[in-house]
Design a protein around this ligand. Structure first.
Ligand code: BGC
Length: 756
């Protein structure tokens, strides 16, 4: 590996500035005289979209070299399989090496705030822990090769509407616990070579110009060592962005931003040291990812097989009544729905890649069950929402005499895509009509759903089985056939909640905002955190997914029942396969703070493990919890904090099906700073062990106030007197202590309280 990073001292100001923006749509500039190569970046995230040299936008599909199309992140996340994400990362890295691509623009870990976001298919989850665990493995896998990942879109990019200008207004605690946490985990655990700053503003500042995000948090707090690249066209003012910590402005602006940098240095607006540092970081990226001259070619067939395995672990069996699935290989099946013939296997926008091949469901079903009678009718036209009586009639006739009907429905690109959000959660009208007409005449209907994000299912009760297929990549057809016929046992679970209706969703009142402002009023209550808190029914809860076998949760043991916030605890969980076939179960661990002074979700995912079990087999897994598992982000100390007390460890098969429960006590070693003034309430000082003793001493000096000393403010419900006193500011003591507290005495009292 050549050492480029130390070349900074040999570069002119103009050369250093030139490293800070693109050469063209996909390349960085090299420095020819010093043999520094020009490296290439490509999209991402679920495949390598290397555009041919003559292509000059980022949306074209067939102008990019063929590559393996893996399932999109919504599906891959549903696998909850860390090892598999690592394998996908490795495969993507290998493809990049062989195509001389240096940086693959992904993965995307933005939180699914609303199911309406048109780009949710590219993101992992509504839960930051799950998103960060899986993306970490993808990045680690990719970077086992000399290529770089690009963790995107940093940060708070949760909608497409006005994505380049919208100001996402989000409070600090929500920012840390929900929207930054997924990025934080990946940066700390996997050190992606680049982080891509998002288009939008965050609390008034463009993400690409936010020193707080790009330097204070990303580098100083999390220890990021790579380079920050802008989303394509995200830079508002180049010099401000560079100062904030954005090294690379993409794509090319024909050198315009380089001239801005040079003149800013010359006129004293910008310190040249900032340019030096940025150039060094870009050189380091080039050094780490410079393409090989004659790279080995990857095995396309092996990667396709991986894509099929990944797809089969990414599709969720949501419902399976009366053992409708798996199908018998002799059954007479009718497949309805144009999606069975023309699969929608990836989402729309910059991530669209050119697959090496595509498996169709029908072909693969014929291969899996060569003796079965499998008939097909389109039933609807994907290109339109309009109902075609001819297509429906044809579907009804074809469906006659079938043992079972497979109804393949889903969303077209025009409903969801990068660039725009949905306005509702419905399927196209012609598909809804087909479901209605078919379920009216047939009892054995299995629905397959292909979409990037949840849809409403008013027909859910009328069908016997449902598979959420998401956008399953190029091997989607084969993977589905494997699952339908039981050659592979389904093992995926939802990484997001499926609401009953749009009106139920947490961000319903505040999505996508008004004009250029969107307020995140639901705060930390995103996804299941919200539905839990409101005790709301959902269509399918976070973490839900069925298998063709049964699992019994037998026991849970904690290594310790009382720890300090500096200790870890091991949770051992034993699960048995009590069904007839081998299968994988995703064991989920949630933590609940039993009582807290700040509002906290009823429970939060803090651990999970996917385990393979043969029939009758039992396994014990260990999940280790650390202090982050119990903490919330405290804005007063600007740090993660645990409140001493009891926590419940809840283990189950979904967020709504908890099977095992244990309790432990965590003792905090950190005391939050006291900031007591005349408007601090009596309740606050009486409930804090540090101040209550001093307070009692003072109160005992006056007959009326001495009653306060005896009151139990911890009770759930208080009587009128204590309730009023609890909320009374200390200055009220002057009026209500029969003359004991004067202004002077109050001042001495406050002084003493502040010294503890
Ligand atoms: C997208 C990024 C993508 C980039 C390059 C942007 O519009 O938001 O995710 O990597 O284009 O295609």
């Amino acid at each position: 590996m050549k050492n480029y990073r130390n070349m900074v001292t040999e570069l002119t100001l103009e050369e250093k500035a030139s490293l800070c923006s693109g050469l063209d749509f996909w390349h960085l500039k090299g420095i020819e005289r010093l043999n520094v190569p020009s490296i290439m970046m490509t999209d991402g995230p679920h495949g390598m979209k290397k555009q041919r040299p003559d292509a000059n936008d980022h949306l074209g599909v067939f102008d990019s070299v063929p590559a393996i199309c893996f399932p999109s992140a919504a599906g891959m996340a549903s696998s909850w399989n860390r090892e598999m994400l690592f394998e996908v990362g490795e495969a993507l890295g290998e493809e990049c090496v062989s195509e001389q691509v240096s940086v693959l623009l992904g993965p995307g870990v933005n939180i699914k705030r609303s199911p309406l976001c048109g780009r949710n298919f590219e993101y992992f989850s509504e839960d930051p822990f799950l998103a960060s665990q899986l993306a970490t493995e993808q990045v680690k896998g990719m970077q086992t090769h000399p290529i770089g990942a690009s963790l995107k879109h940093f940060a708070v990019n949760n909608q497409e509407e006005r994505r380049m200008t919208v100001d996402a207004q989000v409070d600090e605690r929500t920012l840390r616990e929900i929207y930054l946490a997924a990025f934080e985990g990946v940066v700390k655990e996997a050190q992606p070579a680049t982080v891509m700053s998002s288009y939008n503003r965050v609390n008034g500042e463009y993400a690409a110009e936010s020193e707080r995000l790009l330097t204070t948090i990303l580098r100083d707090e999390w220890g990021f060592k790579g380079a920050v690249v802008s989303d394509w066209g995200a830079v508002n003012y180049r010099v401000a962005a560079l100062k904030a910590g954005l090294e690379l402005d993409m794509p090319s602006n024909n050198g315009y931003s380089d001239t801005l940098i040079v003149s800013a240095v010359k006129n004293g607006e910008l310190d040249e040291a900032v340019v030096d540092q940025a150039a060094e970081r870009v050189l380091r990226l080039i050094e780490m990812t410079a393409p090989q001259t004659n790279p080995a070619q990857y095995n396309k067939e092996a990667h396709h097989k991986l894509a099929r395995r990944v797809a089969s672990e990414s599709m969720i069996l949501l419902k399976n009544d009366a053992g409708m699935l798996p199908l018998q290989k002799t059954e007479n099946i009718v497949v309805l729905g144009e999606l069975a013939e023309k699969p929608r296997y990836q989402g729309s926008g910059s991530s669209k890649i050119n697959p090496t091949k595509i498996e169709s469901l029908l072909d693969e079903m014929h291969k899996s069950a060569p003796d079965a009678l499998i008939k097909y009718a389109a039933g609807y036209d994907m290109a339109s929402d309009d109902l075609s009586e001819t297509l429906i009639e044809e579907a009804i006739t074809t469906a006659e005499k079938a043992d079972k009907i497979i109804l393949f429905v889903g969303l077209p690109d025009r409903f969801e895509s990068e660039g725009y959000d949905r306005h509702h959660l419905r399927l196209p009208d012609n598909q809804l009509a087909l479901i209605e007409r078919i379920t009216a005449i047939h009892e054995n209907v299995i629905v397959l759903l292909s979409n990037g994000a949840p849809v409403e299912m008013p027909w859910e009760k009328d069908v016997q089985a449902i598979f959420e297929v998401y956008l399953g990549g190029q091997a989607m057809g084969g993977a589905l056939s494997d699952l339908l016929y039981g050659d592979v046992n389904p093992s995926a679970k939802l990484a997001e909640t499926f609401p009953i209706k749009l009106e139920d969703t947490p961000a319903y009142f505040n999505f996508p905002g008004e004009n250029d402002v969107v307020t995140y009023n639901e705060g930390i209550f995103v996804g299941y955190r919200y539905y839990d808190m409101k005790a709301m029914n959902t269509l399918y809860p976070f973490g839900h997914g069925l298998s063709y076998t049964e699992f019994t949760y037998e026991k849970m043991t904690l290594s310790k029942k009382n720890i300090t916030d500096k200790e870890m605890v091991d949770v051992e969980i034993t699960v048995r396969n009590t069904g007839a076939v081998a299968g994988k179960e995703i064991v989920q661990l949630y933590v609940a703070d039993v009582k807290s002074t700040v509002k906290r979700p009823l429970k939060e995912l803090k651990g999970f493990e996917k385990i393979m079990l043969d029939p009758g087999e039992e396994k014990t897994i260990t999940i280790t919890l650390n202090n982050r598992s119990f903490s919330y982000y405290d804005t007063a100390i600007q740090d993660w904090h645990i409140e001493s007390g009891e926590f419940e460890i809840l283990v189950g098969r979904s967020s709504a099906q908890i099977e095992l429960k244990e309790t432990l006590t965590v003792n905090s070693t950190v005391l939050l700073p006291l900031k007591i003034n005349r408007n601090t309430t009596i309740g606050d000082i009486m409930l804090d062990p540090r101040t209550s003793e001093i307070a009692k001493k003072h109160f005992n000096q006056s007959e009326l106030a001495s009653n306060i000393a005896k009151m139990d403010f911890t009770a759930e419900t208080l009587e009128l007197g204590p309730a009023m006193l609890k909320n009374m500011p200390l200055r009220g003591l002057i009026n209500f202590s029969q003359g004991y507290f004067t202004e002077e005495k109050l001042a001495t009292f406050l002084n003493q309280l502040n010294q503890v």
